[in-house]
Design a protein around this ligand. Structure first.
Ligand code: DGT
Ligand code: MG
Length: 242
């Protein structure tokens, strides 16, 4: 079908190589195209580890991660990368121009596509303000742009690649609340029929998610909408109040 991008985690347990105890235990959920699934939980609860299994940065010890019904363990990484864009928690920029960084996942993207992605990511203004615009140089690791600017460029890079599945690992935390809200509103249009999985710290980022998974010590302890969780989940209430 045209709406590919179904993500399913089926009884997934995962331990880092050499580690004794698993950081994820029996994780099961499904994310459908058009949906936004949010993952929330305290630091070290396993959010980044959970995301890392879809692009196969690691493979689970037990259970399966499926993309459109096919275990990712049977897909090659290039194929997954075409369909899944991960915006990592520590967004990384290469030395080279902004343009080079944005075209990473789709070398034939037009300038217009780059500017559209930047606009959605709330990064067009600061790029436009630079003397060389898209041709401005980024130093290795992106140390000559701010943390928030780096995040926006990495979000724009993901948008340029037009994936079926977006994974945002805490990608909005360096943005102020107003920019975060503007970015997510703009994102809605461009990701409308994609599958979006968002790890977040800030409750306001995820109140509109179709489903929120509450992670605690590597387990999904509660799941539901914001309203449902407010009524049923003590762990969620604690996070809201913190
Ligand atoms: P955050 O980003 O601070 O909110 O925390 P999470 O929820 O993203 O947690 P995560 O998945 O980074 O870490 C979960 C656990 O796994 C935590 O005990 C640290 C451990 N861990 C994370 N990355 C690695 C790794 O590369 N190697 C090993 N051995 N352990 C790791
Ligand atoms: Mg993390």
């Amino acid at each position: 079908g045209t709406l590919a991008g179904v993500v399913e985690y089926r009884n997934v347990t995962f331990a880092y190589p050499g580690a004794e105890s698993p950081v994820l235990s029996n994780i099961s959920f499904t994310a459908q195209p058009g949906q936004t699934i949010a993952i929330i939980g305290s630091t070290g609860s396993g959010k980044t580890s959970l995301l890392s299994l879809l692009p196969r940065l690691y493979d689970p010890a037990e259970g399966e991660v499926l993309l459109d019904g096919v275990p990712v363990s049977r897909m090659d990484r290039a194929d997954i990368t075409r369909r899944v864009a991960l915006v990592p928690q520590r967004p990384y920029l290469f030395s080279g121009t902004i343009e080079h960084n944005l075209r990473f996942g789709k070398t034939d993207a037009t300038d217009q596509e780059l500017w559209e992605a930047l606009q959605v990511a709330q990064g067009d203004e600061f790029v436009r303000a630079k003397k060389n615009g898209l041709g401005s140089r980024i130093s290795q690791g992106g140390t000559n742009v701010s943390g928030g600017q780096r995040q926006r460029l990495c979000i724009a890079r993901a948008l340029v690649s037009r994936p079926r599945v977006y994974l945002f690992d805490d990608s909005f935390s360096a943005l102020d609340v107003a920019t975060d809200a503007r970015l997510r509103a703009a994102l809605k249009g461009i990701t409308a029929d994609a599958t979006v999985i968002i790890v977040a710290q800030r409750i306001s980022t995820i109140t509109e998610a179709d489903q929120i998974l509450v992670l605690d010590n590597g387990r999904i302890v509660d799941r539901g909408t914001h309203q449902e969780l407010l009524e049923t989940s003590p762990t969620y209430q604690e996070i809201v109040e913190s």
